[in-house]
Design a protein around this ligand. Structure first.
Ligand code: SF4
Length: 492
């Protein structure tokens, strides 16, 4: 069980309900628009709202936003999202209820260095102790909490050199910071490890729990599959990544990150939050996902890839997730033969609820055990979205895109939509559409191609992790991207 942290008037962690978060995507310096969006989010059920803070001017606006919200009777805890600039974090800590800092870009600066030694790590930690101390003092005085939020797409060069671009690196980055905060005797902390890949995000959180347990820590955890994209497949990725962890008792606050109006994030988040199990963390069962491109078999109304005679099928139609897990844990502790799982759903349920329930249930058992195939009455497209989110069968292009925030300076939603339209025929390709350099270049390490914002209405294109164009107008981003993809011949 995690400890309880107070954020504004809201308690997070322990036996408290899973708290639903979101983030505004309005320019922070447009106070009126941002206040309106915060109110819309709260009306939809959001319990914590994050707002980007790029500079001291944004922090002044955060104060106005907070005051204007209070006049409207809205006291939702506000979180300042800070990257690159410790001074901004310090200013924001005196204004808002929580400050999110990113170990990947808070202390370690971009460098041309190619090789990092153990001494570099020691030096970075010693420097961090000095640099973080003023922020901690301001947080202490103001009762402000801190989120240490590491993203797979924004690990520092030093961490990547030592651990690679891995879940281990994400955990190491956060553990370094936690050790510094403990040294400075500050514990009003929430931790998050996010990735656009649900499997990496799940693996990282498992590792984090183990590391925290080893070190006697029990900080609350914020969960999210970041840059999940838009539409059904994005909700499915979140349901798989967040739902599976909540079901193991891991996670205290969540965000469903969508490249859409942030208000659309709230209903699915509330639905996914229902899967929280209030038991001790059960991390003995690590994820056991099959490698990418393997092909789990499927049997639905429109496709039948295995016959009843060929495989042992276990029917879970009347079983809940706990019963499914208990049965499979028991079966696989005594058997080596893979089984297929069958579950039929009540198709009269609301379609989003049905998608979330099936994604969490199939996602949990698929990522926990090597099952042979699944049989269900769900739409085949939904089944394939779940398998793609679990990385056990890839049937279409994978899209990564950030939810946008006050740092986004081009119409990312339109570019994403056009990119999807123009590339939907491709398979086995990952395309990222990112708002800015915070996570953009980092996400390009895991994408084949991508677009990253590069100033007002400007973008650049990446191919295989390298920037391959200069800045150009975002309105032609999809066409330019397609030219680059066509030039390299992708399987379709
Ligand atoms: Fe905002 Fe997107 Fe940049 Fe993240 S990558 S900081 S969501 S614009």
């Amino acid at each position: 069980m995690s400890t309880v942290v107070k954020i504004g008037d809201l308690l997070v962690g322990g036996n408290n309900p899973v708290r639903v978060q979101s983030m505004t995507n309005t320019p922070t310096d447009d106070v009126e628009k941002t206040v309106r969006q915060v109110v819309e989010l709260v009306d939809a059920g959001c319990e914590l709202v994050r707002i980007t803070a790029r500079n001291s001017k944004d922090v002044d606006c955060l104060e106005k936003i907070k005051n204007n919200l209070a006049k409207l009777g809205c006291h939702v805890p506000l979180i300042a999202d800070v990257h690159f600039n410790p001074k901004v974090a310090e200013l924001a800590a005196a204004v808002v209820d929580k400050v999110r800092i990113n170990p990947g870009n808070y202390i370690d600066k971009k460098t041309d260095k190619q090789i990092f030694t153990e001494q570099d790590t020691k030096d970075a930690i010693e420097a961090a102790k000095i640099n973080i101390a003023p922020l901690i003092e301001i947080c202490r005085q103001n009762g402000t909490a801190i989120r240490i939020g590491s993203n797979h797409g924004s690990l520092s060069d030093r961490i990547i050199y030592k651990y690679g671009d891995t879940a281990d690196g994400m955990v190491a980055s956060v553990m370094e910071f936690l050790s510094i905060f403990e040294y400075l005797d500050f514990h009003n902390i929430v931790v998050s490890l996010k990735s656009s890949n649900p499997i990496v995000m799940m693996e990282a959180n498992h590792l984090l729990i183990k590391q925290m347990q080893t070190n006697g820590m029990d900080y609350p955890i914020h969960l999210g599959v970041t840059e999940a994209g838009a539409g059904q497949d994005a909700v499915i990725k979140s349901a798989v990544g967040i739902g599976c962890l909540l079901n193991k008792g891991i996670g205290d606050t969540i965000r469903v990150s969508l490249s859409e109006n942030p208000v659309n994030e709230i209903a699915p988040a509330i639905e996914i939050a229902k899967f929280k199990s209030y038991c001790e963390h059960n991390v003995t069962k690590n994820i056991t996902c099959l490698p990418n491109n393997s092909s789990m078999l499927v049997k639905t109304n429109s496709i039948s890839e295995f016959s009843d005679e060929a495989v042992n099928i276990v029917d879970f139609t009347d079983k809940n997730l706990r019963e499914m897990c208990c049965y499979l844990d028991d079966y696989y502790s005594n058997h080596k033969d893979k089984i297929a799982i069958k579950k039929f759903y009540d198709l009269s349920l609301n379609s989003e609820k049905l998608a979330i329930q099936s994604a969490v249930e199939f996602g949990t058992v698929i990522t926990r055990h090597h099952v042979f195939g699944i049989e269900t009455n769900l739409e085949t497209s939904l089944v394939f979205d779940i398998l793609q989110a679990c990385k056990v069968r890839l049937t279409k292009a994978e899209y990564i895109s950030c939810p946008t925030c006050g740092r986004t300076a081009y119409d990312l939603f339109s570019v994403l939509e056009e990119v999807k339209q123009k590339t939907s025929h491709l398979k086995n390709v990952t395309i990222a559409v990112m708002g800015c350099i915070v996570n953009g270049p980092g996400e390009m390490r895991g994408a084949d191609y991508g677009v990253v914002g590069a100033g007002k209405n400007k973008v650049v294109i990446y191919a295989h992790g390298k920037q391959v164009t200069g800045n150009f107008d975002a309105s032609v981003a999809a066409d330019e991207l397609l030219k680059i993809i066509k030039g390299e011949v992708v399987r379709d």
